[in-house]
Every structure is written in structure tokens, then in C-alpha cells.
Design a protein around this ligand. Sequence first.
Ligand SMILES: [Zn+2]
Length: 313
Amino acid sequence: MTTIVSMTDEKNKGNKSIVSDLLSSLILKAVARKEKTLLFLNKKRESGQFYCKTCRFHEFMPDAPQICPNCQSHDFFFNSLNIWSLAKTVKQLVPNANVNLIAEGLRYPTSDIRRPAIDIATASVFYKLIAYKYDLVAHILADTTLNIADFSALEKTFAQITNLKNLTKENGRFILQTYAQDHPVIKAAAQGNFQAYYAQSLSARKSLLYPPYALLVKLSIKGKSPEIIEKKAEKLIEDFSHFPLSTFHFPLSILGPYQPIFKTKVPTYNIILKHKLASYSISEKEKAIKNLSPYLEKISRDWQITVEPGSIN
Ligand SMILES: [Zn+2]
């Protein structure tokens, strides 16, 4: 059985925890019955969950801001959110439970089988060979991937939810906590409705001009000094602007320069060239590449060029 829990409602009724009241009661029940629980949170690194009580703006941010970036209100809260803070919350709820962390770079826990196990995992759980399914599975925040400004966001969200459902026993409970309870992709994933997801995903890609409706070329520049690479990126955009688009007669739009949403170790700036495609065929793509060649010739060697990137991040 799958249940979508609105975290907006949860916050508005005064529960500031990252665990909803329903999930708390189900965890307690599972522990009492010595059942297996999996809590999934796709975040290992420290970051926080921002929620404004005035305008209900919700976002993930690396640090707490001074004021709400949406309405300038001071009336907000900021919870740091990662697998360790989740483990702390769970241990407060059930001090006697055997809480295991499953994440990249952590040793796989050897569970104490005498105690009911609660596994807290990042996406690395999908790559482990786990010999059992869980009685209770909860996606702590199903919209963490949805908020990423990337064309692959819907696909990641759908895939994560589907993978988690597959780790749930047939008669088990699956809880989807989310701030986007009405999002069609969350709903489609909860119902296991691939057709609905596919239609939604295609129409989003069409309106934003992403593949298969466009050919993307990602230009990335990396360097020690963010100021220097930012200047280089802006210079390239300026060079591009000297091309009289009207003489080329092809549908091109340019995004950026912007820094990746997920901060990289080495400072990086990206620029995206989007060439609209009449159809997603090899000949159309070749035509687009040919159209783009005067642009690509302008690019110096310190840039990395990726045709059809898997992500714009
Ligand atoms: Zn606000």
C-alpha cells in the first residue's frame, strides 16, 4: 500500500520534524513487530531544508539564509537534512532500534539480527545486493530530485520511487513524504503508472525545449579561480552575440553561463546551446551540429564540449 504524505500539511499543523506523524507511528509499529524498515534519503552531504511560514516557499539550500528569498519574511525554519540528522531523529523516536546507515563510502552494516532493524539509506541502496524486502519503506522527501532544474529531474524522481517500491514487500507499506503532493510525476510514480509519467515528462520536455525536442550541446569550463572562468564564460557569450542569428535562420537558444546546481570540487561554469529539432533523427541532429559549427569554432581549448549531455548540471 502506497501513501503520499503532504509535508506542507505536516509543517502547517506544527510538526517540524522530517518524519511525519504517520511515518512515526508506522516505524513504532514495525519495531514492535520486529519488522524491517527502510528510510530513504538521497542526501549524504550536509544541506538544509528551508520552509517559509509566511509564503510557504520551500527549497533546499546549503546554508540558512537571513530572510526568505521569496518574500523577505523572517518567519521561517531551516532544518539541516542528511542521513545522520535523520538517524538522530529516528534514535530519539526508537532508542532500542538497530539503526544502520547505508551510503557510499560507508561499510555495509552487519546487522544485529536480535533487534529490529531500521536501515537509513542513500541511493547506494539500489546498488547493494540486499537479500530481503522491507515491511516498511519511506521516501523521506520525494521531491529532492524534482526541484533540480534539469531535464532529467522527472526521470530521476520516477526511477527512485519505482526502485523503492521494488524494495517493499508485496503486503508492505510504502510512504512518500513530499512537498509536491499534487505533482503529476509523484502521483504517477506512487500509482506505478508509467504511461502517465511518460506523457507528463514528454510535455515538460517539449515546453522547455529539451531532448527529444532539441539537440543540446554543453560547454563547460573549469579552473581554480571562479572569477577568471566566469569572465571567460561571459566573454564566450559575448563572442556568440556577435553572430547575427537572423543570417543563420535556425532555432537556437543559449542558456548561461551558470554554475552547476551541485557544486563541483573545481569551480565550473556551463553554457548550454539548445538547437530545436523538427524530429529526433540522426539527419536532423547532424544538420543541427552543422548549423552550430560557427559557434563551436569560436570555443577555445580550455572548454569541454559535450554533445547530448545526460544532464545540464
Ligand atoms: Zn517567504
